[in-house]
Design a protein around this ligand. Structure first.
Ligand code: SF4
Length: 447
C-alpha cells in the first residue's frame, strides 16, 4: 500500500512522523509524497494556535481531492484535544490520540474505509511511556532532530500542550549516547536535542538536563549538538558554563520569554521574572560573546495594554539578543487565559507584531554585522542551481552562502564571513573543519 504523511507544527511532530513512517515501512508499505495518489493518508496535527486547527482541516481536504478513496487517519495534539471535531470532517476514517499514535501501524492494516469515523483517543495518564523519535532535515542528512524529552508538567495559562501531550517523560540517560552514535554513523553532522520542555529532562535513573549536557560534552560524539528551545528557569549557570567551553555544543540558545512585562508574565504563569531573564541573557553573552540568542514572544495576551506592550518592546530592545519568533496570542479552549478579560483587538495585535518583527530584523542584522570578518564552520546544506552558491548555518546560527563546487554537500568547511545581504551573510571558504582540529574537535572525522 502507498501511504502519505503530512505534518503540522513543531520539529518534534516531524520527528514523530518519521518514526511513524519507519513503522509503516517495516510493515511492508511504501511512503509516498503527500499530494500524490495514496491508499492512506496520515495527518499529524498541532493545536498551538487557531491557524494550526484551520490548516489541519485544509490539509485533509487537499488529501481527499487527490485521493478521494484514501483511508484518512488523523493524530497529534489536535486529535488528542478535539477528536469529535475532527471526526466530523468529511472523509476522515479514524482519529488517534497521543497514547495511540505509535500503535496506528498495528491497528490499521488494510486501510479499508469505515462507514463512520472511529475514535481511538484515551485519557492521558501520568505514567505515559516515552517513545523515541528522530528526524532528518531534507535529504541532505546534515541535521537530525532527536527527541529526548516529551510532555510538560508546567501550567502556563495560555497553553494546551500539557493536555495534548501529557506529563513530562524522558529518554533513558544511557540511550542518548547510543542514539548520537547511530546518528553519526548515519552521516549526520549536527543533532538538535529536542523536547516539549527539554530543560525539564528527568531520566528514570535520576539524571537531569545538565547531566545530559555534561555527558555529551565528555562523549565528544564527533558531531555538533544544538539545544533546541529551553525555558529560562531551566537554563542553569552549569549548563551555560559547560556549553561555553564545549567543542561539541554550539553557541546558540533559543529561550522563550513570551512577555517582558512582569504583570503579563504573572498572568501567563511563567516561572521566571523578566529581570532574571535579562540577567541570564547577559551572563550568556559574557561567557560567549558570539552566542546567538533567539527569543519567543507572544503578542496580544489578554490584558496587554499599550503600556505593558511597551515594557516588552523596550525590554527586548535593550537586550543583546539575536532574533525573535513573534506569535499572535491565540485563545485556546480549556485554558485559564481563555476567560481572562482585556482581549486585544486584532488590528492592535497586528501593529505590535509588525513592530516586534522589525525589531527582530534589526537585531539579527546587527548580530550579523558583528560577525563580519570572523571564521566559522559551516555544513553546506543546499545549493542554488542558478547561482551555484551553497548555503548553510554557522554554529552560532548565521545563515551564510558561499561559492563552492557542486560536490560540497556534507563536507564541513571553514568560512570567512563578510557583509550580509538581507538575511544571508556572504562568505568565502578558507579551509576545512579538519584544518582546525583544536577549535572544532566536534568535526574531526572518526578514523
Ligand atoms: S512550558 Fe508552558 S508553554 Fe511550554 S509546553 Fe509547558 S505549559 Fe506549554
Amino acid at each position: 500500500m502507498n501511504i502519505a504523511f503530512y505534518t503540522l507544527g513543531c520539529k518534534l511532530n516531524y520527528a514523530e512522523t518519521s518514526q511513524l513512517q519507519a513503522q509503516f515501512e517495516r510493515g511492508g508499505h511504501t511512503v509516498v509524497e503527500f499530494g500524490t495518489p495514496a491508499d492512506a493518508v496520515i495527518v499529524n496535527t498541532c493545536t498551538v494556535t487557531e491557524t494550526a486547527d484551520r490548516e489541519c482541516r485544509q490539509v485533509i481536504r487537499r488529501a481527499l481531492r487527490v485521493s478521494p478513496d484514501a483511508f484518512v487517519a488523523v493524530t497529534g495534539c489536535y486529535a488528542q484535544l478535539q477528536p469529535e471535531e475532527i471526526a466530523t470532517i468529511e472523509g476522515v476514517d479514524a482519529v488517534f490520540g497521543a497514547k495511540e499514535k505509535f500503535a496506528i501501524a498495528d491497528m490499521v492494516q488494510q486501510f479499508e474505509k469505515f462507514d463512520t469515523p472511529k475514535i481511538y483517543v484515551s485519557e492521558l495518564s501520568d505514567d505515559l511511556e516515552f517513545v523515541e523519535a528522530q528526524s532528518g532535515e531534507s535529504d541532505s542528512r546534515t541535521r537530525a532532530f532527536l527527541k529526548i524529552q516529551d510532555g510538560c508538567n508546567y501550567n502556563c495559562s495560555f497553553c494546551t500542550i500539557p493536555l495534548a501531550r501529557g506529563s513530562s517523560r524522558a529518554m533513558p540517560f544511557g540511550r542518548i549516547a547510543e542514539k548520537l552514535r547511530e546518528l553519526k554513523q548515519a552521516g549526520y553532522h549536527e543533532v538538535v536535542l529536542s523536547g516539549i520542555n527539554l530543560g525539564d529532562y528527568h531520566a528514570p535513573s535520576g539524571e537531569r538536563f545538565a547531566d545530559v549536557v555534561r555527558m555529551i560534552d565528555q562523549l565528544q560524539p564527533r558531531l555538533r549538538v544544538r539545544i533546541s528551545s529551553i525555558e529560562p528557569n531551566l537554563l542553569t549557570p552549569e549548563i551555560v558554563d559547560i556549553t561555553s567551553q564545549s567543542h561539541v555544543f554550539v553557541p546558540h540558545f533559543h529561550i522563550p520569554l513570551q512577555s517582558g512585562s512582569p504583570a503579563i508574565l504573572r498572568m501567563m504563569r511563567r516561572r521566571y521574572k523578566a529581570s532574571g531573564y535579562g540577567d541570564l541573557v547577559h551572563s550568556i553573552k559574557k561567557a560567549m560573546p558570539h552566542c546567538a540568542i533567539g527569543v519567543d514572544v507572544i503578542v496580544g495576551f489578554p490584558g496587554e495594554t499599550d503600556e505593558l506592550f511597551e515594557e516588552t518592546f523596550s525590554f527586548l530592545h535593550s537586550l543583546p539578543i539575536t532574533y525573535l519568533h513573534v506569535f499572535n496570542y491565540s485563545e485556546r479552549e480549556n485554558t485559564p487565559a481563555a476567560i481572562y478579560e482585556g482581549k486585544v483587538p486584532p488590528t492592535v495585535k497586528k501593529a505590535r507584531i509588525h513592530r516586534l518583527r522589525t525589531l527582530s530584523t534589526m537585531k539579527k542584522h546587527e548580530f550579523y554585522r558583528s560577525q563580519c570578518g570572523t571564521e566559522h564552520i559551516v555544513i553546506p546544506e543546499e545549493r542554488n542551481a542558478e547561482t551555484g552558491m551553497w548555503s548553510g548555518w554557522t554554529e552560532n546560527y548565521v545563515r551564510v552562502e558561499f561559492p563552492a563546487s557542486a560536490a560540497m554537500l556534507q563536507t564541513p568547511v571553514s568560512v570567512l564571513l563578510g557583509e550580509h545581504m538581507g538575511d544571508v551573510v556572504q562568505g568565502v571558504i578558507v579551509g576545512t573543519a579538519v584544518d582546525k582540529p583544536r577549535e572544532h574537535a566536534a568535526y574531526i572525522p572518526i578514523l
